[in-house]
Design a protein around this ligand. Structure first.
Ligand code: CDP
Ligand code: CDP
Length: 203
């Protein structure tokens, strides 16, 4: 039986951290759909056409090192504006969501477009400043020397592009539960998400 948990929200809100923990807790599979757009963005930076890259994307492309850089993130949010790129990635995401045993997908449009029938929809958010502090720390830890101001500008630029695009803009689904992690520890945010899933599973 399939059971889909859709987790959407802006950059560095804690989607991935919560998704991984929820997947581990319930034994569900997890797909970080941002990696699909990052993989396409990376191939565009390498000179390929965005739509062709999206149509020929393979699971192995998601393992490529270097997908988590700010440059690739910007390229991802640019290709993510194109309806044909998004369309080419739909089947893969829906097939993943429908797998037996449960699945958690995190991204921008999972609850609104990819899985409008998901059993659980969460919208994970935090203030831009808090998100920039977190992403800045993460980048420093992984050896990227980006300044806080440039990380904040990157986060704001991507949020703006993601929220205002015509196709599948970033916004909470009408029936999503919002978790604002600005003043939450990771443990508290994960507990809040697990509680929402448990409530639905028990219903
Ligand atoms: O997936 P998304 O870009 O939304 O965010 P993430 O990669 O899960 O989280 C970004 C960073 O914020 C990670 O380094 C997390 O450890 C950290 N984080 C945090 O400090 N407090 C939280 N409540 C959630 C995440
Ligand atoms: O980890 P972070 O939240 O910073 O970014 P990501 O989830 O890896 O997503 C990178 C970019 O891909 C986003 O800024 C979006 O433009 C795009 N994206 C999207 O349009 N739809 C999704 N379901 C996931 C990502």
């Amino acid at each position: 039986m399939s059971f889909t948990v859709a987790i959407d929200g802006p950059a560095a809100a804690g989607k991935g951290t919560i998704s991984k923990a929820v997947a581990r807790h319930f034994g569900f599979a997890h797909l970080d759909t941002g990696l699909l757009y990052r993989a396409v963005g990376k191939r565009v930076l390498d000179g390929e056409d965005a739509v062709a890259a999206a149509r020929s994307l393979r699971a192995e492309d998601l393992e490529v090192l270097g997908l988590r850089t700010p440059k690739v993130a910007q390229a991802a949010s640019k290709v993510a504006v194109e309806p044909e790129v998004r369309e080419a990635l739909v089947d893969f995401q829906r097939a993943f969501a429908a797998r037996a045993g449960g699945a958690v997908l995190d991204g921008r449009d999972i609850g609104t477009v990819i899985c409008p029938e998901a059993a659980v929809k969460l919208f994970v958010t935090a203030s831009p400043e808090v998100r920039a502090v977190r992403r800045h720390k993460e980048l420093l830890e992984t050896g990227h020397d980006a300044g806080y101001d440039s990380v904040l500008a990157d986060v704001r630029a991507r949020d703006e592009r993601d929220r205002t695009r015509a196709t599948a803009p970033l916004k909470p689904a009408d029936d999503a539960v919002t978790i604002d992690t600005s003043h939450m520890t990771i443990e508290a945010a994960v507990a809040a998400a697990v509680a929402v899933v448990n409530k639905v599973r028990g219903a």
